[in-house]
Structures are given as structure tokens and as C-alpha cells.
Design a protein around this ligand. Structure first.
Ligand code: ATP
Ligand code: MG
Length: 156
């Protein structure tokens, strides 16, 4: 895959550290889909990401009842969990205006369930259980954004 990055098998600390670095590569309006089973590290990744944007990781909670959490960091972070949404209509309802305004970054746990909603290119992070303490992490970015991420993540 031309626009994929193998981040390797990461500990929790390494995953958060990667998410911090990754946060520096983001531009307003970016949509990041987090794909992986229960406990694979999606919320953990969001914790790292917000610290990279100057927030404390404690502000991150699972958007279980709220549908969407909004964190006012150096960029506004919209944190959703598509598992709780009833499909595409809820996405429209919850965040249509915000996505169109491109005023912040959008991080969507279980976003693979609703990726047909997004016409524009999205960034996807894939998480897989390796063992209790390790997750295999891969990143796929839109092809027209590869050079931005390669430079920013110091890849190749
Ligand atoms: P859910 O689908 O239920 O929202 P999730 O993908 O958001 O799950 P997290 O809430 O991030 O998962 O939970 C990951 C759990 O795995 C945490 O308890 C964390 O401490 C633990 N863990 C162990 N090793 C790692 C690792 N290498 N990376 C991330 N989390 C890890
Ligand atoms: Mg979670």
C-alpha cells in the first residue's frame, strides 16, 4: 500500500507517544477513523493525541452517552464513537455542521462502521491485539497527503 505506514508493535507508552507525534501532522478538517476491536487502543490513542495538542489526557472519556465529546485543545478535537451511533443518519445529526466547517479535527472510534458517510478522504489508524501489552498499529492516509505525513512522521 503506497499510502500506508507500518508503525510496528507498540506498547501503550509507545502508542501514546506515536499519537502525540501524529497530532503534529494534522490539519484543520482532518477526519481520523480508528479501527480495531474492543480494548485495542482507540481511546488510548486519543489520549496521546490530545496531549500532543496541549490538553491533559484526563479530559478524554468514552463518548458513550454524549455521542460526541469536544476538547478545546490547540486544535478543537471532536471525539466520537460510531459504535453508539445508529448509522449514517446519526452522523449527520451529530456532526454535519462541524465537519463542513472544518474547524477542528475529528477522531472517530469504530469509524470503519460509518466510513461510507465520508466522501472526502479520511485517515485511518488500524489497531490489532498482539498480546496483553502490545498492539500492532498501521496508518493509512489519503494518497494526496502521503508526503505531508512522510515528512512529519519522519518516515523514509
Ligand atoms: P473500545 O472499543 O471499548 O472503546 P478501545 O479500543 O478504545 O476500546 P482502550 O480504551 O484504549 O481501547 O483500551 C485499551 C486497553 O488496553 C487499556 O486498558 C490499556 O491500558 C490496555 N493496553 C495494554 N497494552 C496496550 C497498548 N500497547 N496500547 C494500547 N492499550 C494497551
Ligand atoms: Mg474506546
Amino acid at each position: 500500500c503506497e499510502s500506508c505506514f507500518e508503525l510496528g508493535i507498540l506498547t501503550e507508552k509507545e502508542l501514546k507517544s506515536f499519537a502525540r507525534t501524529f497530532s503534529q501532522c494534522l490539519a484543520e478538517g482532518d477526519v481520523i477513523i480508528l479501527s480495531g476491536e474492543i480494548g485495542s487502543g482507540k481511546t488510548t490513542f486519543v489520549r496521546g493525541l490530545v496531549t500532543g495538542l496541549g490538553c491533559s489526557e484526563e479530559i478524554v472519556t468514552s463518548p458513550t452517552f454524549t455521542l460526541m465529546n469536544v476538547y478545546a485543545c490547540s486544535k478543537t478535537v471532536y471525539h466520537l464513537d460510531a459504535y453508539r451511533l445508529n448509522g449514517i443518519e446519526d452522523v449527520f445529526y451529530v456532526l454535519e455542521g462541524e465537519i463542513e466547517d472544518r474547524n477542528g479535527v475529528f477522531v472517530i472510534e469504530w469509524g470503519n462502521l460509518i466510513d461510507s458517510y465520508f466522501i472526502e478522504d479520511v485517515i485511518t489508524v488500524f489497531f490489532e491485539h498482539e498480546d496483553e501489552k502490545h498492539r500492532k498499529v498501521r496508518l493509512r492516509v489519503p494518497s494526496k497527503r502521503v508526503s505531508r505525513f512522510r515528512r512529519c512522521l519522519n518516515f523514509g
